[in-house]
Design a protein around this ligand. Sequence first.
Ligand code: NAD
Length: 375
Amino acid sequence: MIWDYDEPVAIRFGAGRIAELAEAIRSLGGTTCLLVTSRHFVDDGTAQRLIDQSDGVITEVFSDFSPNPDVTQVDACARLIQAKGIDSVVAMGGGSAMDLAKAAAAIGASGGTITAYHGTGVPVPPKHLPLIAAPTTAGTGSEVTCVSVLTNRAEGRKAPINSDVFYPAIAIVDPELTYSMPPHVTASCGMDVLSQAIEGYWSKGHQPICDALAVHAARLVFQWLPLAYAEPLNAQARAKMCEASVIAGLAFTLPKTTSSHACSFPLTNLYGIAHGEACGVTLDYFARINADAADGRVRDLAQSLGFGSVSAMADAIHELKVRIGLRCGLADLNLDDDDIADLVRISRHPNLYNNPVEITDAMLEEMYRDLALRD
Ligand code: NAD
């Protein structure tokens, strides 16, 4: 077996470490920094506190973006970067803030529009501004990945762009930033962590370092997500979920995600289901489909996580979803034949081809018909 492992992001982990932000910006040569953060952190005063602590280094804030950020919002942020002479970018938020900032830090430096690179296969130019990522959800792991997932609502397309220029220079993973996540965000993001870990493990692109990381991250999710959901201010549960999130990010970046992520894209685009929850809808289903694949690797995974069989692991995923209030089916969507045909068509995303078992349209149709009957 031949494999490579690269991880260029400097990770600073620990409660309270967002206080190091100004020093971190300066360490990258930043003097005129843009803070990209969601409205929540503007409204609760966190953004202003960081600006006040930055001794004038943070000069602008951009918060005009939505969950599942749109390509037009990336371009608007890039234009602000150019107009204000910004030399560095901080993304403090969930995957949406970080992914938007990654793309804007590249387009702001190189010019043009992100649409030239979204779903086109054209490589993103190498110029980009230094980026610091501070996650406020325990979910995407975007702070350590070279991925920016963007949506083109005008064309009805959500797709990742992979580029080495998207790696943040520094990730500040401060669990205290996640305490304010509402329970449903905690649950959905936690399911994203589990999906990334499990899919990274069973991906055709698997390799030993990422396997070890995936097992560690998945174990933490089974152990700590219910507590983080039930007790938002439980410092240990929040820290363990942040650990799981950053490690799952490292676990899937190189192997890439597979079938559940492929199916999540239409569920989010067409029905507005939050990203992690959308991944979780099909995760136990694909665990059963993949059970005997890849020379018993999925059985090994189940065993490493303390389950007697892949079926027991799939049951545990289902029980976890029930316990943290995530959907297990799609019955409430009242899907008709045309809707199911659309779901099958749009699920045929490149990630599907990383799945260890070949997934046919007939298998997708059977799965969606089954899920359409379940609550
Ligand atoms: P998100 O960033 O969309 O945030 C969800 C909601 O929670 C938003 O309204 C946000 O403002 C709010 N929020 C975030 N942190 C909060 C906090 N601490 N307190 C209160 N509210 C908070 O959610 P996410 O799951 O982190 O990111 C999802 C996006 O990331 C999707 O677009 C997904 O496709 C993408 N993604 C990217 C990668 C990657 O490697 N780049 C990996 C997985 C997913």
